[in-house]
Design a protein around this ligand. Structure first.
Ligand code: MOS
Length: 765
């Protein structure tokens, strides 16, 4: 018996471990959906509509079909393109396409597919696609939220019932308030723009078995969507999605290219690859809906908010009702006694909106946290002091205690790290030479979404371990944190663990959105790993031939492939020996875990879009992540070019599973917030109704030169009411309120209050 090695495993959770998938990604060995090498692959290209509304009068495919290598052209007139509609909400995904492609001549949105060209090579398909010039019958269109709101057409309006909310006597309290502010904020349509384009590679294994490679934030969505469309058993549809190059919400639903790739593959009886172009990403795979938010804020002279009346309008498509949930943050963030919120959808021919990075909170926080800054100036108080005077000790809507709320700590640490005490309040009063300096801040919050989760763990005689979960790593670090959780659960080193995600052959899980994956799937991986370790311990203690015989499993620890008695490190034996005596080459456990506060339902129900989330107030606690963001901008007084030179964020996200990946998530989120503040907007051509800037040259996002110092602190205090591991979501939090902090800093620098995003130079001149 060799003495136990000193390098104790355990304690992997929290370590700033490098991403386990990093080397594969940076060396090109990670195979993204459209890269799967398949023999005999045919290539499909989409032809999209030149009008956003009307119908296809005639579509001539003769010239395209005459191109050498072209195998087929599918249009709404082709035989065999009928797709059965998706009946139940379950398989559709959280939102997504209600308009099936090629089912009629009607055009209801920009970017709608009118034809699919399939050829031997991509070049042939692309060339042939240019030869298809449909004749259209154009109808009047609504291109933008502003156009929709100025129209008197009642059919463009739809209620958002969950946004209708009242507490107290809001109108009365507003009218009676010492200070009244009536402020309207607008945010533009924005696009997700993941680096990896959407696309599908479809292979029919037989007439009833289909495999698709599709980058997906929820592999059950394409599985069930395709099963419905083609009348297949869901289990006969396999979705493979091991690597995802960003999704940000747009890959949580399914879009037209998915069934079209499968249709094309069935018609040409070959595997088909259908990848969107960058331009085709700007219409047809969702967007962050534009919003208009009117805030009437009543307050006392000493900065206490007494009443908020919020009316929001948000952009939608013609046939889906995705609401950008802007009002939620206003309902829960501050201790406001009187409040009314309401929201309406305003339909446009932009197609379906869908959740995009911190959906609702990102747009809502811009308005709320700008309004709080305006209140601070109106009453002559420091913006941070105004937040503290309205601090909510309990969740104002439900009256529930917060599961854990360290927002005061976030304010204090962030203010200190930033040097906020040196701020002089008057706009334009801080300068560096000629350059105007502005300092702004905002409160940050995002709800806890949690889902039922499942995972399988295997431990082999040689000490290697495998985890399988039909979840997804959308680029956030899920492979890495699950490796760390499994390592600690099993008692092995992280290097011994391999995690397998992104395949419908693995145990079912909910969608990776709403920052839920770490908390939800993490709990399932921990449960399965602990179960395997328990089984191993039981084998040993029940086996008279084992030196551990007669001990309790709790008296044992795993180290370097051996089980040892805690109390007597010389007493132990190798995993391989224990398994060999038991006649096993591995141990395996599968676990289904309900989120904290979740109710028992059948698994399919727990995974469904409607039931995917346990409410943020489950288990008797209001569950939200928190943070504080402080921003410095520098503005050239001649050109009025705002630059973010410095950001300090302190975040309360529960337990941190990996300090490197969590920090990276927050840095990315903060930069996204700068992008929202200063750069992003989808420009619509008023003449054609199409997107003008449908490329990454004209749709602006920040580059490294646009981002100064980014300082992130994670408090790392576990929240046992949020998940079994004490984890809350971190991914989307960084985006929340950053745009407001930037706009507030721009006001402090220039005295110009910009209530319409992005804060572009033209608005400052
Ligand atoms: Mo995120 S918008 O929930 O992918």
């Amino acid at each position: 018996m060799t003495p136990p090695p000193q390098d104790r495993p355990g304690g992997a959770i929290g370590q700033p471990m490098n991403r386990v998938d990093g080397p594969a990604k940076v060396t090109g060995r990670a195979t993204y959906a459209a890269e799967h090498p398949l023999p005999n692959l045919a290539h499909a290209v989409l032809v999209t509509s030149a009008i956003p509304h009307g119908r296809v009068r005639r579509i001539d495919t003769t010239a395209a079909l005459a191109v050498p290598g072209v195998l087929t052209v599918l249009t709404h007139q082709s035989p065999g393109v009928t797709l059965r509609p998706v009946e139940a909400p379950y398989p559709k995904g959280p939102a997504g396409s209600g308009l099936l492609p090629l089912q009629s001549d009607e055009i209801l949105q920009r970017g709608q597919v009118v034809a699919v060209v399939v050829a031997d090579t991509l070049e042939q398909a692309e060339h042939a696609a240019t030869l298809i010039e449909p004749e259209y019958e154009a109808a009047p269109f609504i291109g933008t939220l502003a156009e929709s709101l100025t129209s008197d057409r009642e059919d463009l309006r739809a209620p958002v019932e969950q946004a209708d909310y009242t507490r107290g006597e809001p109108e009365q309290a507003y009218r009676a308030a010492e200070v009244q502010l009536d402020l309207t904020y607008t945010t533009p349509q924005e696009q997700h723009n993941p680096l990896e384009l959407h696309g599908t590679l479809a292979v029919w294994e037989s007439t009833t078995r289909l495999t698709v490679y599709e980058p997906s934030q929820w592999i059950l969505a394409p599985q069930h969507t395709l099963a419905h469309h083609f009348g297949l058993d869901p289990e006969a549809v396999r979705v493979v999605s091991p690597y995802i190059g960003g999704g940000f919400g747009s890959k949580a639903a399914t879009w037209a290219h998915l069934p079209l790739a499968a249709l094309a593959a069935r018609v040409v009886q070959r595997p088909v690859k259908l990848a969107r172009s960058r331009a085709q990403e700007f219409a047809g795979v969702g967007y962050r809906p534009a919003t208009k938010q009117r805030y009437q804020v009543g307050a006392t002279q000493d900065g206490r908010v007494t009443s908020v009346l919020l009316h929001a309008d948000s952009q939608a498509g013609m046939h889906n009702d995705f609401p950008e949930q802007v009002v939620n943050i206003t309902r829960m963030l501050y201790d406001v006694p009187h409040m009314r919120t309401a929201q309406r959808l305003a339909r446009t021919h932009a197609g379906e909106g869908i959740m995009m990075r911190a959906p609702g909170e990102a747009s809502g926080s811009f308005a709320l946290e700008s309004a709080m800054d305006e209140l601070a100036y109106a009453v002559g108080l420091d913006p941070l002091e105004v937040r503290l005077r309205n601090y909510a000790e309990t969740e104002p809507e439900s009256g529930l205690p917060f599961s854990s709320k360290l927002l005061r700590e976030c304010y204090a640490q962030a203010a200190q790290r930033f040097g906020w005490a040196r701020r002089t309040p008057t706009p334009g009063s801080m300068r560096d030479g000629d350059t105007l300096i502005g300092w702004g801040m905002a409160s940050v919050t995002y709800p806890v979404y949690a889902s039922a989760a499942t995972a399988r763990a295997r431990l082999f005689a040689d000490g290697r371990a495998e985890i399988e979960a039909g979840s997804q790593d959308i680029g956030t670090g899920t492979y890495s944190i699950l490796t760390q959780i499994a390592a600690d659960g099993l008692g092995v080193a992280p290097a011994q663990v391999r995690v397998f995600l992104g395949d419908t052959r693995y145990p079912k899980n909910a969608y990776s959105g709403g920052s839920r994956t770490a908390a939800s799937v993490g709990d399932a991986v921990m449960a399965a790993s602990l179960a395997v370790r328990q089984d191993l311990a039981l084998l040993a203690v029940h086996d008279p031939a084992s030196p551990l015989h007669g001990l309790t499993p709790e008296a044992l620890e795993m180290r370097a492939g051996h089980l040892y008695a805690w109390a007597d490190p010389a007493r132990g034996e190798a995993l391989s020996v224990i398994l060999e005596r038991a006649g096993r080459d591995h141990l395996e456990a599968y676990r289904e875990v309900l989120p904290v506060g979740g109710e028992r339902k059948n698994l399919q129900e727990m995974m469904s879009a409607k039931n995917a989330s346990v409410p943020a107030d489950a288990g008797g606690y209001a569950r939200h992540s928190f943070g504080a963001i402080f921003v410095e901008v520098r503005v050239d007084p001649d050109f009025m070019t705002p630059r973010v030179s410095r950001m300090v964020g302190v975040y309360d996200v529960g337990r941190v599973l990996n300090h490197k990946t969590a920090r990276s998530q927050l840095i990315g989120g903060m930069i996204w917030g700068v992008s929202m503040a200063l750069h992003e907007q989808t420009d619509v051509d008023p003449t054609t109704g199409l997107v003008l800037n449908d490329n990454l040259a004209e749709y602006h996002v920040p580059v490294n030169a646009d981002i100064g110092e980014v300082d992130v602190t994670l408090l790392d205090v576990p929240d046992p009411h949020a998940s079994h591991l004490g984890v809350r979501g971190a991914g989307e939090l960084g985006t929340v309120s950053t745009a407001a902090a930037v706009a507030n800093a721009v006001y402090h620098a220039t005295g110009k209050r910009i209530r319409d995003l992005p804060v572009s130079i033209d608005k400052l001149l």
